[in-house]
Design a protein around this ligand. Structure first.
Ligand SMILES: Nc1ncnc2c1ncn2[C@@H]1O[C@H](COP(=O)(O)OP(=O)(O)O)[C@@H](O)[C@H]1O
Ligand SMILES: [Mg+2]
Length: 254
């Protein structure tokens, strides 16, 4: 059985892509065949995992337009068990065209439903509650919500939770919040600790045991086209993402 997880938060720069790449890497490392679906036109997951954007064949744009099947755009990453369906900026145009199209909310679900053989599919979403994000929420069993440990962390999350509720009611009744992952935590500041406490209060029993620290190695890794586990596996960021991936496997129970 394939477990589909949508990494989402409509804010930009909170660690969605970093989380998608590195969680996927450690799931793969744990022996789970894992596919990252880059569903953000910025294509950060595509380049961050090591693909050259100049040398891509068909991408998620063609999948969403119905011109290719998901399996036809999947590329290997050079890491065992880890695959990616890449994205390019044209995905934004495809989204505009999709706005008028039939079955516009369930294009990604249809594409994912017909692909076989993966233990995990991790969807990286754009920083908005757009049609692409809704497609991600409809295709997924779980939402993984990265929250940056900063003052405005919880602002806007109400809207995301409302959207999840609506999606659950109308299209995807089993959609569930897998967990809330505090990111870029600076344990030395009282602000970070205060925000952590606030996140825990808002999402009782949903916060992952290991938060992701602010760690410069995590910020450097994408420019080397490498998940943190391949770039510096002894860094604090690497250890944190490894622990979170382990907890994800426990929570999903597969
Ligand atoms: N834990 C972290 N420590 C330091 N830098 C981080 C961390 N997580 C993400 N970053 C950096 O912060 C920026 C935003 O992260 P990213 O994962 O791209 O966010 P999003 O996908 O939500 O826009 C990137 O430059 C990334 O390398
Ligand atoms: Mg991103």
């Amino acid at each position: 059985m394939t477990t589909v997880i949508c990494v989402t938060n409509q804010k930009g720069g909170v660690g969605k892509t970093t989380t998608a790449i590195n969680v996927a890497y450690y799931l793969a490392k744990a022996g789970k065949k894992t596919l990252v679906v880059d569903f953000d036109p910025q294509g950060n997951a595509t380049s961050g995992i090591g693909l050259d954007k100049e040398e891509l064949g068909p991408t998620m744009t063609e999948v969403i337009k119905g011109e290719k099947r998901l399996a036809q755009v999947v590329q290997s990453t050079g890491h065992k068990n880890l695959f990616i369906a890449p994205a390019l900026p044209q995905l934004a145009n495809a989204e505009v065209e999709l706005a008028q199209a039939e079955h516009r909310f369930s294009r990604l679900k249809a594409a994912i439903d017909e692909i076989k053989g993966y233990d995990y599919i991790i969807i990286d979403s754009p920083p908005s509650l757009s049609l692409l994000t809704i497609n991600g929420l409809i295709a997924a069993r779980y939402v993984l919500l990265p929250v940056q440990a900063e003052f405005y962390a919880l602002e806007g999350l109400g809207q995301l939770l409302e959207t999840m509720k609506l999606v659950r009611k109308r299209m995807n009744p089993t959609l569930d919040l897998l967990g809330v992952l505090p990111t870029m935590v600076d344990g030395r500041t009282s602000l970070s600790n205060q925000v952590l406490a606030e996140i825990a209060k808002h999402f009782p029993a949903k916060v992952f045991k290991d938060a992701i620290p602010r760690n410069v190695r995590l910020a450097e890794a994408p420019s080397h086209g490498a998940p943190i586990g391949a770039y510096d596996r002894f860094s604090r960021g690497a250890r944190a993402y490894k622990a979170v991936s382990k907890e994800i496997i426990e929570r999903v129970g597969v």
